[in-house]
Every structure is written in C-alpha cells, then in structure tokens.
Design a protein around this ligand. Structure first.
Ligand SMILES: [Zn+2]
Ligand SMILES: [Zn+2]
Length: 162
C-alpha cells in the first residue's frame, strides 16, 4: 500500500499529506455520514493524529453530538468551498479520519470494511469479500461486533430492492 498520501479540498485552499498508510479505510452508512456528506455513504481513512500534516488553521469545524455515544464528533471543512476533509472524535482523541474522496488518488487506498449497513440507503450494493458490519465494528463498551463477508455482491437492503 502507498505510504504517504496527499489530498485536499475542491478549491485547493486546504491540503494535507500523511506520513504513513491509513490504519484502515471503511465505508460508513450511518445516518450522520449520509447527512454530513449529503450523499449515500462516507468513505473514510483512519490515521494516528500525528500522521496527518495539514494546514489546520485554514479549516472551519462543526461540533456534532453523536446519537449513539453522546460524544462529540468534529467535522472539519474548507470555509471557502465546504469540502469535508476530516473528522475527529472526542471518543478517540488520538485518531483523525480523512475523507477518501479528498485524496488526489482515492484509489490508492482500499475500503476494507463497510459499517452501519443496517441504515444503508436503497440501491446501495455491498461488495464481496469485504467485512460488513450491521452497526459499528465495536460496541460502545469496546466489544468486537460480528461481521459478514459476502461471497458475491449483495444489495444492502434486500427488502426494498427485491
Ligand atoms: Zn476549499
Ligand atoms: Zn458514519
């Protein structure tokens, strides 16, 4: 996997680079991620906080209280063009999420899991061979949740897509 990655926002005011490969990259189908992106889901890489170098002073942020954990999630976006670059978390202060769509080459990283598939929008397909979680990867108490690897692509919401 590529080690250092570079990216930025739509207008180019915000730029970042990473000093290592992501810890993991996942696609999140939770309702927060749907709304914050205005899209179907949010693909995001997780890095140790100090592995991302960015001109943070150029970013605006918004604080949201998570429905699940009741902890704050910080959305970091370009004040000029509105692109969501990064998320940080009260719950995991040592972690920074980077939007996969903001990499100069988004395909340099692979999505290794899909989470919160129970709230995926209709028309969303889950690929084969990727870890899929109905909710988060771990419970609020830190217990690992069960996952499924599909042997063929499947629709996330079988009922409404049948
Ligand atoms: Zn911008
Ligand atoms: Zn999410």
């Amino acid at each position: 996997m590529t080690e250092g990655l570079e990216g930025g926002c739509l207008c180019g005011k915000v730029r970042f680079r990473t000093t290592q490969a992501p810890l993991r990259t996942f696609a999140c189908h939770c309702t927060f991620c749907q709304r914050v992106t205005g899209s179907s889901y949010y693909a995001e890489s997780m890095f140790p906080m100090n592995a991302v170098v960015l001109n943070a002073g150029a970013l605006s942020s918004y604080e949201h209280i998570s429905d699940g954990s009741k902890k704050k999630v910080f959305v970091h976006f370009c004040p000029n063009c509105g692109t969501t670059i990064s998320l940080t978390f009260e719950r995991w202060p040592e972690i920074r999420g980077i939007s996969r769509g903001c990499y100069d080459d988004p395909n340099a990283v692979e999505v290794s899991s899909h989470i919160w598939t129970q709230s995926a929008q209709t028309g969303t397909a889950l690929p084969k061979g990727v870890e899929c979680f109905a909710e988060a990867r771990v419970t609020l108490e830190g217990q690992a949740e069960p996952s499924t690897r599909h042997t063929a692509p499947v629709m996330a919401r079988a009922k409404s897509d049948a």
